[in-house]
Design a protein around this ligand. Structure first.
Ligand code: ADP
Length: 271
């Protein structure tokens, strides 16, 4: 669905942020794009959506199109929620009436259900909503638009704790099999239970790109008091003991995405 080959990208008058980046992402999954602030997540998402133009060094293909050409056939199959956005002073209903013509697969019933889950009244005007409420509205629109590629840049920023739980519930229940959701976040815990795949970027490099299944097949994540006994690949002191990662020997454990992230960004190789 997304094919990036040897792509080099630099902002004007700056050294390359991405150097010969190669990345292949298939549909039918929820992918967590993780990285510290400034790692290059938003830039990568904008390149994929065609909101940034590439500079002829390498190639990028999104759903079979060059995204920078902004072909209308591609645009109706992408929905992008940026981290910062402006919304007009119309009601949620009127906003949806205005945009649904661009999205032939728009499912109004699905949207109404998600708005209900988020406790949002579709009659309310968008400019009267808080930032978190606006974000929830945009998440509802994204999940209902029927596009194949949904891109959510830091979607849980500004959501309160109950809304984060609703976000996880609606996203897990609202997708069709061929959709790809790319979620970027530096709040890694927010998406731990919903992603199928994790990509970690650090200083413009992809340092990890695996399915959750592959990671938990090969590695164990444990809380222990005596880490030396386990010869961990990585350990981190936490109140009451340590969190560790070891090669898996024995039963599968749940992924601890925070420990995975910390270990990967400190150089531990999960290949
Ligand atoms: P992230 O989303 O992981 O926080 P970004 O992709 O926003 O990271 O930024 C990656 C790097 O590119 C940062 O060093 C940032 O300062 C720089 N950057 C982002 N946008 C621009 C821009 N429009 N012009 C110049 N530099 C930028």
């Amino acid at each position: 669905m997304i094919k990036i080959d040897q792509l080099t990208f630099a902002y004007r008058k700056q050294s390359a942020l991405y150097n010969q980046l190669t990345l292949d992402i298939q549909g039918g999954s929820i992918v967590g794009l993780l990285g510290k602030n400034g790692a290059g997540k938003t830039t990568l998402l904008k390149l994929i959506a065609g909101l940034l133009q590439t500079q002829d060094k390498g190639s990028i293909e999104t759903l079979g199109f060059k995204p920078g050409c902004r072909n209308p056939e591609l645009l109706r199959d992408i929905f992008f929620i940026p981290e910062e956005f402006e919304l007009p002073s119309v009601s949620m209903k009127d906003f949806v009436s205005a945009i649904r013509g661009f999205y032939p697969g728009f499912d109004t019933k699905k949207m109404d259900r998600i708005l209900l889950d988020f406790e949002l009244d579709p009659g309310r005007k968008l400019n009267k909503l808080s930032y978190g409420q606006k974000k929830k509205f945009l998440i509802a629109v994204t999940l209902s638009c029927g596009s194949k590629l949904l891109i959510l840049d830091e979607p849980t920023n500004g959501l309160d704790i109950p809304s984060k739980a609703v976000f996880r519930k609606v996203i897990s229940g609202a997708l069709t099999e061929d959709q790809l959701v790319l979620i970027s976040t530096h709040q890694v815990k927010d998406i731990e239970t919903i992603i199928d795949k994790v990509i970690i970027v650090d200083q413009g490099t992809i340092i990890l790109n695996h399915s959750i299944y592959d990671i938990t097949e090969k590695f164990s994540f444990k809380s222990v008091t005596d880490p030396d006994k386990y010869q961990p690949l990585y350990q981190e002191a936490v109140p009451g003991g340590y969190k560790i990662v070891t090669p898996r020997n024995g039963e599968e454990t749940d992924l601890d995405i925070e420990i995975l992230f910390n270990a990967a960004t400190k150089g531990i190789n999960f290949d």
